[in-house]
Design a binder for this molecule. Structure first.
Ligand code: GMT
Length: 376
């Protein structure tokens, strides 16, 4: 199949999922065209089936806001015609489903029928999309998609609750490539550089937005390090980062916390991690937790949104109510304080992650593409 993938090219989960999906489809022989405003961070153009087309938005001083949706829908029309693309798969409803719908309409006028699959990722529904300023356009473009998927049952339920959706939403969970080589053959895990032998290493990875409840990460770690020797790795950039640095200083734990900024070396950090913290206000899925589990790292998370569909409490880690830092710290210590318990949870985390292996999930996407093409 010839498929156009539209996504946000940044470090966010939706862009990562879209990129990994495209890479795997290309390995399976499909021709994949990424159409976005810059090259997705995890996209290596190493496969002849992978193409990248940049959406350029000319700056015009008259405009207060440059019309990205217009440029994207025009680019989609041009690329569909030029490369004979058969299907659009847009990730994140805003504004991609809307731009995709416009492209479909323009192409229809030229006698070209192309189906559109829209994948809902989370904040496009929960935080941003349900805002009254966007809601009519988001509702419309979801209803006008040929097939709609969501990354968890929780997000599907939420979408029906918040919008007047007339379409079936198919749940296709996010995935991970379990068997990919995670470390360089010549560069083994560098745990010794980060912490001493008796210290436990705890990691948080996110875009440091308020929804991630960054102060809870620091507070949970603070409680842990009072009981056992430990270090905290904070990976990512975002508006809450400075606040977290200040909180670490106030708590007198700055020497035990390392702020990495954004990193493309997530696997290198996860290889020496003992426990992952994700206390978010909500997560439609929690891809970061799955990435940790795939490296055999148990997860302490909140129980909101789709997190219980990924992190199985008492097995791959524990779930607590949002904001309950005492419970999170207690659960973390119950895993970390005992070597045997820790290795049991590590093994379990990996076993749960295997359920989300790309090889299990990819046929679900291929099946919906075939369905969309058949019904076009
Ligand atoms: O919240 C983020 O970290 C970014 C956000 C995005 O839009 O890329 O992530 C959302 O999509 C991910 C991939 O499907 C999910 O794993 C995240 O849980 C989801 N974030 C939220 O729902 C807050």
């Amino acid at each position: 199949m010839k498929i156009a993938i539209v996504c946000y090219p940044t470090f966010g989960g939706s862009g990562v999922v879209a990129t990994e999906l495209g890479l795997e489809l290309a390995r399976r022989g499909h021709e994949i065209h990424f159409i976005t405003y810059s090259q997705p961070v995890r996209l290596a153009l190493l496969n002849p089936n992978i193409h990248y087309h940049e959406v350029n938005v000319p700056e015009y001083p008259l405009f207060h806001f440059q019309p990205y949706e217009l440029a994207l829908s025009s680019k989609l029309v041009d690329m569909v015609k030029l490369h004979k693309i058969e299907l659009l798969h847009v990730h994140y409803a805003i504004p991609h489903a809307y731009a995709g719908y416009m492209a479909k309409q323009m192409l229809k006028h030229e006698g070209i029928k192309i189906p559109m699959v829209t994948t809902l990722h989370g904040t496009d529904i929960t935080l941003v999309g349900s805002h009254p300023f966007y809601k009519p356009a988001v509702t419309f473009s979801i209803n006008k998609s040929d097939i709609v998927t969501s990354v968890s049952q929780s997000l599907k339920d939420e979408t029906y609750k918040l919008f007047d959706i007339k379409k079936d939403i198919e749940v296709i969970p996010n995935f991970i490539e379990i068997n990919k080589p995670r470390l360089d053959e010549n560069a083994p895990c560098q745990r010794a550089l980060m912490a001493s032998k008796e210290e436990r290493i705890i990691t948080h990875i996110s875009n440091f937005r308020a929804i991630k409840r960054i102060p809870d990460v620091v507070k949970v770690f603070n409680k842990i390090q009072k009981e056992i020797p430990a270090k905290l790795m904070m990976v990512g950039e975002g508006p809450e980062k400075e606040k977290a640095e200040i909180l670490c200083e106030e708590l007198g734990i700055s020497d035990k916390v390392i702020f990495f900024g954004n990193s493309n070396d997530i696997d290198k950090i996860l290889c020496y991690t003992d426990l992952f913290l994700l206390p978010s206000e909500t997560e439609s899925f929690g891809l970061a937790a799955l990435e940790a589990m795939a490296c055999g790292v148990p997860v302490i998370s909140s129980n909101s949104g789709g997190l219980p569909e990924v992190n199985f409490s008492g097995i791959s880690g524990y779930l607590s109510d949002v904001g309950d830092v005492d419970d999170m710290a207690k659960n973390a210590l119950s895993i970390l304080a005992d070597d045997e318990e820790l290795s049991k949870f590590k093994q379990n985390a990996l076993n749960v992650a295997k359920q989300f292996d790309i090889l299990n999930i990819m046929p679900l996407y291929e099946a919906i593409y075939e369905k969309a093409l058949k019904n076009k």
